[in-house]
Design a protein around this ligand. Structure first.
Ligand code: BES
Ligand code: MN
Ligand code: ZN
Length: 518
């Protein structure tokens, strides 16, 4: 494609990006003193096995027992994540009961409650929704707000009309009425709102199509979204820098596209000077056609989300800097577009990576590991990180093994594996440890180079093994294969509506909270 034509296509894409509606509507989330409203739209948590208690009882009194009659008639039990919607009850426009189950309410359950009411609020046209929460612990109320912020996420910027699917809905405010009031507001603003905003940034980047986000525009978006955050610095390697550094691997992936690759390095120094950082490295294929080893056409649009790892490490820096975490962290987004063309790399090509190690390309569709290894070499060489975690939509095989419930975790460091598993449970971004046998290496032998980039079985494990060949001996390292977690096709989860999940932002935030802050 000529430069002219490319410039034309690029300017059309920018047009699409600027003419669109403003960013999606989001309700302002506020806190207020606990008080029982007499009109309006109200959301109330309901305990299973003890329905007639707490805020429900307070509100039932105001309706002269109408709520209790409705619960009896509908046989509503208050099971976890169940709902009873009561429009026009008593003097209220609407009362929405959400079950929170009978187990002790932990932060995850509070976030799920918040997520369900946030999703509901995103579809409702009510200008003001009030949530009643009788608990007086600031942390609990702020987890509800966090869940609501995650649940109300929408992406509307390309809708041109204000009706139809309800672009007018989801505006106004969400007021959490709790005795914790001001303390909850302060806790939310300091600890969780920055993480919710980081998740929204990552979801935006992932949802944007390949004609809007390519390596250079990803870098621009990341710059805009990190601008003004304290202790953050950004370094960008362009193709000249990569050539100088001998990064033949990421260059090989990008060379089929007129949109050149970029390596985006984001450093956040919130910890003590000289403390070795935690490193997060993300796969950033802004579109994966497979290259010359081209994919089938059905569902290929999904490969716009093949840059989720890059979006998530960017979000992790935004979250850590936004809440002022006392830690040093470095994130690398390894950005390239994998296109077939006359300049694309071929199966059989031998590639020299920045570390000096060579490999033979078996499939140009195994491009994730190709961009990651140059990024991993660079961050180890420049930042000497205390731990390295890479995150990538790497293999279809991990989707077959774990589906959409867990990311695959590969690590030879038991402590790190245990820490990431615990952070997964605390954050809701669940991971499942997979084996990593030394024998996986036999499938990656090449007759003419140090390695080859594919072949061998199991495919998710050999992919992890390949990446591991670029990790310094004894440096704690984990690899997360999130191919099954990046996108939810239908349904969604309370804190992740259908679409981009930004899986990993909350995991990395929790991992840092639990292991690198004292
Ligand atoms: N981006 C894909 C993996 C993927 C699949 C992500 C489904 C999300 C959903 C990756 O680059 C890829 O093509 N992997 C190949 C590797 C193979 C050629 C060794 C795969 O898994 O088939
Ligand atoms: Mn691929
Ligand atoms: Zn890919």
């Amino acid at each position: 494609m000529s430069r002219h034509r490319f410039a034309f296509v690029a300017s059309i894409s920018l047009l699409i990006a600027t003419v669109a509606l403003p960013a999606a509507a989001q309700r302002d989330i506020r806190f207020d003193a606990y008080a029982v409203p007499e009109t309006g739209t109200v959301v109330v948590p309901v305990r299973e096995g003890n329905v007639a208690s707490g805020a429900f009882a307070d509100l039932d009194a105001v309706t002269g027992g109408a709520l209790q009659r409705a619960v009896n008639a509908a046989d509503f039990k208050g099971r976890s994540d169940s709902r009873l919607d009561l429009p026009g009850i008593g003097n209220f426009d609407r009362v929405l009961l959400i079950g929170v189950g009978k187990d002790a309410v932990n932060p995850r359950a509070l976030e799920d409650f918040g997520g369900l009411l946030g999703q509901d609020g995103a579809r409702s046209a009510a200008p003001r929704i009030e949530v009643l929460w009788r608990g007086d612990e600031a942390g609990a109320a702020s987890h509800i707000a966090f869940g609501a912020a995650l649940g109300q996420y929408r992406f509307d910027k390309y809708r041109s009309s204000n009706d139809g699917d309800g672009a007018r809905a989801g505006q106004g405010e969400l007021v959490i009425r709790t005795p914790a009031g001001a303390a909850a507001a302060a806790d939310y603003a300091a600890e969780w709102q920055p993480v919710a905003e980081a998740v929204a940034l990552s979801r935006d980047l992932v949802t944007e199509p390949g004609n809007v986000i390519w390596p250079e525009t990803f870098v621009e978006r990341a710059r805009e979204s990190l601008a003004g955050l304290p202790n953050v610095s950004i370094e960008v390697l362009d193709e000249k820098d990569m050539e100088r550094l001998g990064m033949g691997s990421i260059l090989a992936v990008g060379q089929g596209s007129p949109r050149p690759p970029r390596m985006l390095v984001m450093r956040y120094n919130g910890g003590n000077a000289g403390d070795r950082p935690v490193a997060f490295v993300g796969k950033g294929i802004t579109f994966d056609t497979g290259g010359i080893s081209i994919k089938g056409s059905s569902g290929m649009w999904r490969m716009k989300y093949d840059m989720t790892g890059a979006a998530v490490v960017t979000g992790a820096i935004k979250a850590l800097a936004g809440r002022g975490a006392p830690v040093n962290a470095v994130a690398v987004a390894a950005l390239a577009e994998n296109m077939p063309s006359g300049t694309a790399s071929r199966p059989g090509d031998v590639i020299r990576t920045a570390s000096g190690k060579t490999y033979e390309i078996m499939s140009t569709d195994a491009e994730g590991r190709m961009v990651l290894v140059d990024a991993l070499w660079y961050v180890q060489d420049r930042d000497d990180p205390a731990v390295v975690i890479d995150i990538a939509t790497l293999t279809g095989a991990i989707v077959g093994a774990l589906g959409g419930d867990h990311a695959g975790l590969f690590s030879r460091h038991d402590d790190l594996a245990a820490q990431l598993t615990a952070a997964g449970e605390a954050s809701g971004d669940l991971v499942w440890r997979m084996p990593m046998l030394p024998s996986y290496g036999t499938g990656l032998r090449s007759p003419i180079a140090d390695l080859r980039n594919g072949g061998g079985s199991p495919s998710a494990g050999t992919a992890a093994h390949f990446i591991g060949e670029w990790i310094d001996k004894d440096r704690p390292w984990a690899h997360l294969d999130i191919a099954g977690m990046a996108w939810i096709e239908t349904g969604g989860k309370p804190t992740s509506p259908a679409g981009a999940t930004a899986f990993g932002v909350r995991l990395f935030d929790q991992y840092v909270r639990q292991n690198h802050e004292n």
